[in-house]
Write a protein that binds this ligand. Sequence first.
Ligand SMILES: [Zn+2]
Length: 458
Amino acid sequence: MKLIIKNGTIITAEKSFRSDLLIEDEKITHIEGNITIDNIESIDASGKYIIPGGVDVHTHLDMPMGKIKSRDDFESGTRAAAFGGTTTIIDYATQSRGMKVQIALDEWRKKAAGKSFIDYGFHMIIIETGKTLNEDIAELIQEGVTSFKLFMAYPGTLMVEDEIIFKVLESTKKFGGLVCLHAEDGNEIDSLVRQAVTNGNLSPMYHALTRPPKTEADAVRRAVNLADRADASLYIVHVSSAEALDEIKRGQDNNVKVYGETCPQYLFLSIDDIERKNFEGAKYVFTPPVRENHHQKALWDGIKSNVLQVVATDHCPFNFNTDKRLGRERFDKIPNGGPGIENRLHLLYEYGVNAGIISLNQWIEKSCTNPARIFGLYPQKGTIEVGSDADIVIWDPEMEHIISSTTHHMNVDYNLYEGYKIRGQAITVLSRGNYLVKNGLWVGDTRAGKYLKRYFYG
Ligand SMILES: [Zn+2]
């Protein structure tokens, strides 16, 4: 198909400029001041921004947790993502105990195939390694899985020892991959949780109080040292505190190749939310936890100064009225995770760009371009260039709306940002030139999302 988008203002990580744009066969083929071709469809985007589709590199769709699953699968989750202007995700495939990572990858590819509306890649969560570690890593990289997540938290289930982290860092360095780390000191947290439970401190708030910023900062410091020793690249997921941010900055200042990601929940929510009455605080239980308010300013500063390169969501939705109630009696039984895949661009636009904290270009850089670059999808994704996939969002900077679980498209019964007023909306969304959203209405009739084989960007 062919399509011209006329008179819009194109926004990339580097610049903003008025131009027309031609899409042919799923790609952007021309970006020129004035494109006129007879007999092909043309959209007038006067007064609108033309932005690359968002790239969310931290999602957990259709993810089992104990006896339940995250509520969005690849169908509902990617539909909600598209409504919010996100057209690429990298989801976390997860190894189970005793399972080869190649089998885990097959499982996740089956979950997505024929269901996803947008293109998707996978990271692999490694929870145990054997003699075949190097072969496994090399094989997955061949398959286009170039990033590997390890946990320093959750002893007994997901946590691995530092020695394993070091081995995986060495292996990824050798074969061209990137280690993603969940950095929280699992042993320290476990002992704080046991103390709280023994003392009868069982309400949701104790989820935050038993995971203080120091436990995050200590883990980041250990991780940065390991990456330094292995001379390998490292990506810290969901940075939530000023102290953890300082450790990342210290690493970067010492030439360690460490990237940082944060998420909207750490920029907008705080301890005040997890203290809400009538068990409502359980909605805000995810890890790392919400922090005191002053951390938000530090994280925004980290975004502006480029200590943090990426804003992703860690989308992992559980229903408040059913799933979260599993922890009614004890905070440590509340399923960890919250929804966000639909609202990332909205929130960063309203409270970043409209508030004058970041520029339009930084908005695109943190939510589209940098994630595509770091995870080996650039310039296919994350930018608007001749040759890039035609993943295009037409953004109306004036359209006002209010975020609410009654109107959102995520398959979950609450929204972390209920009632937030936003000026700015994705009104038309294209995935490889095919309409998913047209003038605010869903028109995506084919689940045509493709698996993305990624290369490594070092
Ligand atoms: Zn996560």
